[in-house]
Design a protein around this ligand. Structure first.
Ligand SMILES: NC(=O)c1ccc[n+]([C@@H]2O[C@H](COP(=O)([O-])OP(=O)(O)OC[C@H]3O[C@@H](n4cnc5c(N)ncnc54)[C@H](O)[C@@H]3O)[C@@H](O)[C@H]2O)c1
Length: 436
């Protein structure tokens, strides 16, 4: 049976289903289709299904022409009905794994997808989970549901593996196709089948590990490492400001060391769907083993304090000009969670805006990638970055350093800028700029 599956994968006659067509699933579905496989995307959101079938791109990391080509040539189509799984040889799951209000893993999306897959699973199929999750999910949650509901046995009748997605939205060098992939199957056959699929589709190396739990933990290590290092540099930035030392210059100096140092940069907080959330998956699972992940939680605490810290600095700047927060006008540049993307999920900008508005600040924003957004029931619309709006603002607050913004124009036309990202590093005249 494994030989049949491997043959279908290598001859590209295997039908691949990608479940969840968001930031991770759509780029993957397009890559698999471009590699010559027939791909069926499954998403519970009908609007997304219609967009895919209409060739309408909604993910910036996917090229419009690539999507329209694979839809036109019939390699990719989307549905919301899971019964199509009956015709799939490989199924890759890319559904969300958020935290609930109490910062506990919300596994409802995975559970629901896996139950529906199990109903239609047939022998000889490979199932891979890519969603970020706690170590043990594939073994403890997916395997029993798939086996019980389908009556099939893992490693004998079907194959199951975990392979973490590493997509870095907005990264112009590394993408789904050329980022090395880690694969850990329930057994040797599962690892082999999953690796075979990725080796056919991607240009990158596939690194095999001994179990799904290793692959799940590996992903959490990557993101926890970032979380902790960002917290460290944020703490350094806070103390540097008190000591009147420029943290950005300190980092540039430290970067000259050719080994043992990797640069991280301070900022107004962390955002997106990975770094603020993933470490809590580990924290939650560790409790099962009576272990309290102190360092991870402390770094979360420091990073979560950053929006508040930014508002305290804004208050001090305005105070210097005898302006209270209440009634002042602040123009925020960039609300996306990171540079050059339009994703504002968990963005620190949302918290900064919330805190400023609580103090009576009139907040406006400009973001070339986020034309509008809603936060806590209130709608916001991006303004035009005009001389007039810059002139009227008591303070321009840079939260996200989008590269397409003309920072020289900003500096020339506004009274004062608080730059939390060193976005204006190339601007020569600096008498109205303060750095985090
Ligand atoms: N976005 C990133 O940069 C990134 C990077 C690495 C890993 N991840 C991880 O990948 C996973 C997916 O993240 P994303 O950013 O693509 O999420 P997303 O919200 O952009 O997309 C998820 C899609 O899944 C669909 N969906 C939800 N439940 C479903 C179900 N039961 N069946 C079918 N479709 C369903 C949603 O409608 C949505 O279209 C998460 O675990 C995330 O942590 C994300």
């Amino acid at each position: 049976m494994k030989a049949d599956l491997l043959e279908k994968i290598s001859s590209r006659t295997a039908v691949v289903s990608v479940v969840g067509l968001g930031y991770v699933g759509l780029p993957l579905a397009v890559e698999i289709a471009m590699a010559g496989y027939n791909v069926i995307g499954i998403d519970i959101n009908d609007k997304i299904v219609d967009k895919v079938n209409g060739g309408l791109n909604y993910i910036s990391d996917v090229r419009d022409s690539d999507l329209s080509e694979v839809v036109k040539n019939g390699r990719l189509h989307a549905v919301s009905d899971f019964s199509i799984i009956r015709g799939a040889d490989c199924i890759v799951i890319c559904v969300p794994t958020p935290l609930d209000l109490n910062k506990q893993p919300d596994m409802s999306f995975i559970r629901s997808a896996v139950r529906k897959i199990a109903k239609h699973l047939h022998s000889g199929t490979l199932v891979v989970l890519e969603s970020t999750t706690y170590p043990g999910t594939t073994q403890e949650l997916l395997k029993p549901v798939l086996e019980t509901k389908s009556g099939l046995i893992c490693e004998k009748d079907f194959y199951l593996a975990f392979s973490p997605e590493r997509v870095d939205p907005g990264n112009s060098v590394y993408n789904t196709k050329n980022t090395p992939k880690v694969v850990g199957g329930i057994g040797r056959a599962s690892t082999e089948a999953a690796s075979a699929l990725y080796r056919e589709v991607l240009e990158s190396d596939v690194f095999e590990v001994s179990s799904p739990a290793v692959a799940e933990m590996e992903k959490l290590l990557e993101n926890t490492y970032r979380n902790i290092n960002i917290a460290l540099i944020n703490e350094m930035a806070i103390i540097c400001e008190q000591m009147k030392i420029n943290i950005w210059e300190v980092i540039e100096a430290a970067k000259t060391k050719p080994y043992g140092f990797q640069a991280f940069y301070p900022g107004p907080g962390i955002g997106g769907h990975c770094i603020p959330l993933d470490p809590f998956y580990l924290t939650w699972k560790a409790r099962e083993y009576d272990y309290h992940t102190r360092l991870i939680e402390l770094s979360g605490e420091i990073n979560q304090y950053m929006p508040q810290y930014v508002v305290e600095r804004v208050y001090k700047i305005l105070n210097r000009y005898k302006k209270p927060l209440n009634g002042s006008r602040i123009l925020i540049l960039g609300v996306a969670y990171k540079q050059d993307v339009g994703d504002y999920r968990e963005s620190p900008a949302l918290k900064v805006i919330e805190l400023l508005e609580e103090e009576g600040v009139m907040v406006q924003y400009f973001d070339p990638y986020v034309t509008d957004f809603t936060n806590r029931g209130k709608e916001y619309k991006s303004q035009e970055l005009s001389k007039e709006i810059l002139n009227k603002a008591d303070l321009v607050l840079i939260i996200t350093p989008h590269q397409s913004i003309d920072y020289q124009f900003v500096q020339t036309n506004t009274p004062f800028v608080f730059d939390t990202r060193n976005a204006m590093k190339h601007v020569k005249e600096r008498n109205n700029i303060e750095l985090l």
